[in-house]
Design a protein around this ligand. Structure first.
Ligand SMILES: CC(=O)N[C@H]1[C@@H](OP(=O)(O)O)O[C@H](CO)[C@@H](O)[C@@H]1O
Ligand SMILES: [Mg+2]
Length: 536
């Protein structure tokens, strides 16, 4: 193997796109977190190079296309991130996360040796199909990092296809279609065709085709803005009426799905009373809805990922029962500790399905959801989708493969981007279901369940690694004694629950508290946050 490493990108003392050097101490640990590597953009060029190399290596081992998405999602504009997408469009297999962390942890002078070792251990085949497909979000640092990733893929002699600006779910789609052409038509246009067709076909099957009502869409000043426009432009004009907000400006700043979820406030500009609103995040894989009851106030009524999961699951269960196939399929609804307790109770008591809880991060939810014929998963923050098994697909198509069946279940499953949570696909699915049920956004908020009062607080910390939790993330096992204090507070205040866990994407510990009373939830959250702060 002959390798010549591009020094601009490789050194842990990175050179950024302005030619500035940003020394990084070899002791600084960077690991593959909840959704890949995320850091300040200036420390990422060497990470992008090494991850570009690893993605290429994986593509050679599997002889398949591998994706590389450069985004930091809901994080501020100055951050960026690199994450690998597996051939079927899903998150990177966890055993390879360890290779990734190892590769970015070693100093420059050990890199070549480790790369050679890795190549010897892994079986590199002929690999005619090997390639890396890369896309970026709108962050200014994206192009430089893509160049670094390209230099990394070249070290493994693998073609690097740069697709430019895409939403994260569009890149996942592109990777899946490259490896599995039957999944849908290729390219960005293919994505619009597949989703747009499913939307129109489902629309035709609606019992009531009343004219559209206005939707205000907060695009977080991100890539979702141009891509949502393209998607909606491809739909017949009379089906959607969308007022685009936050298309250009500082990414995620006082807007976007994460802001709305955490602050329960309207993004700037303030939404209009009575109007149905939705927010995307920076890379358009999260979606939340909200509305205002009073234009004077910034506070909004939030419909988060839990509400979307319940809406989707309710519809699917009803349709399966109507089609008399409910008993022939397994259905799983997957949540995390951040799911509102009222949503979990509704799923259990009204939908008759015991929700399954897994750690934070789509990789965990997706993995669990795949075990069912229909696996609905959503993080409370609005990131989620539904996985459909082959058994489901053949059952609803009645064995027919030539002409697509004329039933809502089929077109709903086509609309959902089942490889990953997709804000645009989920948005169209929500819009259709609201029409199907004849519900306003207020009906949706009130007819299912009401959220238990809750608060989420981000506590900045210098070293997240000292905070360790049980597998389900609901209890701290280190530092010792902290969980006892949290338990004591929950009891003392007569609250429902509280937990603290280190973020995998930000240098914070996230505190979550839930109570029957909003004041108690807020007080509990603040007190737990104080405990974490004092430990810092
Ligand atoms: C509570 C919360 O919303 N956490 C988010 C956030 O992870 P953290 O590890 O909590 O920072 O970003 C992840 C990636 O977008 C997302 O999957 C996850 O749900
Ligand atoms: Mg995102």
């Amino acid at each position: 193997m002959t390798m010549s490493i591009d020094e601009r990108f490789n050194r842990r003392s990175n050179i950024d796109h302005n030619g500035q050097s940003n020394p990084l101490d070899d002791t600084v640990k960077i690991s593959y977190g909840t959704a890949g590597f995320r850091e300040k953009a200036e420390v990422l060029p060497f990470v992008a190079l090494r991850v570009g190399y690893l993605a290429a290596l994986r593509s050679r081992v599997l002889n398949k296309a591998i994706g590389l998405m450069i985004t930091a999602s809901h994080n501020p504009q100055c951050d960026n991130g690199v994450k690998i997408v597996d051939p079927n469009g899903e998150m990177l297999a966890s055993e390879w996360e360890n290779h990734a962390t190892m590769l970015v942890s070693i100093p420059d002078d050990e890199l070549l040796r480790e790369m050679k070792k890795l190549e010897e251990t892994l079986q590199l085949g002929d690999a005619k199909e090997a390639r890396v497909i890369c896309a970026v979000d709108t962050r200014p640092s994206g192009q430089h990092l893509a160049d670094a990733a390209k230099a990394g893929a070249a070290l493994c002699n693998v073609d690097f296809e740069f697709l430019g600006l895409l939403t994260t779910p569009q890149l996942h789609y592109a990777v899946r279609v490259q490896n599995d052409p039957a999944f849908g038509p290729p390219g960005e246009d293919g994505y619009y065709t597949k989703i747009g067709t499913a939307f129109r076909q489902f629309y035709e099957l609606l019992p009531n085709k009343s004219s559209p009502t206005l939707l205000m869409l907060d695009c977080a000043n991100g890539v979702g803005a141009p891509k949502a426009r393209k998607l909606f432009d491809a739909l017949p004009k009379n089906l959607m009426e969308v007022d685009f907000k936050n298309e250009v400006g500082e990414l995620n700043h006082e807007c976007g799905a994460d802001f709305v979820k955490i602050c329960k406030q309207s993004p700037v500009p303030t939404c209009i009373e009575g109007v149905r609103c939705a927010s995307l995040d920076g890379d358009a894989d999260r979606l939340v809805y909200f509305y205002s009851k009073n234009s004077e106030s910034k506070n909004v009524i939030l419909l988060d990922g839990d509400k979307i999961a319940v809406l989707f699951a309710k519809f699917l269960i009803e349709e399966l029962k109507e089609a008399k196939v409910f008993d022939q399929l397994t259905i799983g609804i997957v949540q995390t500790a951040y799911a509102n307790g009222a949503s979990s109770a509704y799923i259990k008591n009204q939908l008759g399905v015991d929700p399954i809880f897994v750690p934070t991060g789509v990789k965990h939810l997706h993995h669990e959801a795949m075990k069912y014929d229909i696996g609905v998963y959503f993080e409370a923050n609005g990131h989620g989708t539904i996985c459909f098994s082959d058994h489901f697909k053949s059952l609803i198509s009645g064995g027919e493969t030539s002409s697509p069946p004329k039933n809502r279940l089929y077109w709903f499953s086509q609309l959902i981007n089942e490889v990953v949570g997709d804000a645009l696909a989920d948005l169209l699915a929500v819009e259709l279901l609201l029409k199907y049920y004849g519900w306003t956004v207020e009906d949706w908020a009130n007819k299912l369940y009401h959220d238990a009062p809750n608060i989420q607080i981000k506590v900045p910390v210098t070293d997240r690694s000292i905070f360790q939790t049980t597998w389900d993330e609901t209890r701290l096992i280190a530092p010792l004694g902290l969980q006892d204090k949290i338990d004591h507070l929950v009891n003392e205040l007569g609250a429902i629950r509280a937990f603290a866990r280190p973020s995998g994407t930000e240098k914070t510990v996230r505190v979550y508290a839930e109570a029957e009373d909003a004041e108690v939830a807020n007080k509990l959250g603040e007190k737990v946050a104080e405990i974490i702060r004092n430990f810092n």
